[in-house]
Write a protein that binds this ligand. Structure first.
Ligand SMILES: [Zn+2]
Length: 82
C-alpha cells in the first residue's frame, strides 16, 4: 500500500495574501488558513470545496485554528466547482 500523498485532481487556486497554511481536502479541494500568524487572533480558515469557514470564534490564534482546518480538510468531500 502506498503512503504517498495523493495530489489533487484539481488546479490549485491562486494563493491569497496572508495565506499561512493550505490543506488539501479528501475531496481534492483546499482549506486555506489566512491571517497574521501565530501570535495574532486574526486567523481564520475557509474551504474552497464546500464554502464552510471557521465560526466559533470566527477568528482565533493559529494553534486553535490549525487543527480545526486540518480536521475539516480530512472530513470534507466536496469538490471544487470552478
Ligand atoms: Zn469543505
Amino acid at each position: 500500500m502506498s503512503t504517498a500523498v495523493r495530489t489533487s485532481a484539481f488546479t490549485e487556486p491562486d494563493r491569497p495574501k496572508g495565506l499561512l497554511i493550505r490543506f488539501v481536502t479528501t475531496g481534492g479541494s483546499y482549506v486555506d488558513v489566512t491571517g497574521h500568524g501565530e501570535h495574532f487572533v486574526t486567523n481564520r480558515w475557509t474551504c474552497h470545496g464546500c464554502g464552510d469557514a471557521s465560526r466559533t470564534p470566527e477568528e482565533d490564534y493559529l494553534f486553535r485554528i490549525r487543527p480545526d482546518a486540518n480536521n475539516h480538510a480530512t472530513a470534507c468531500r466536496a469538490i471544487p466547482l470552478t
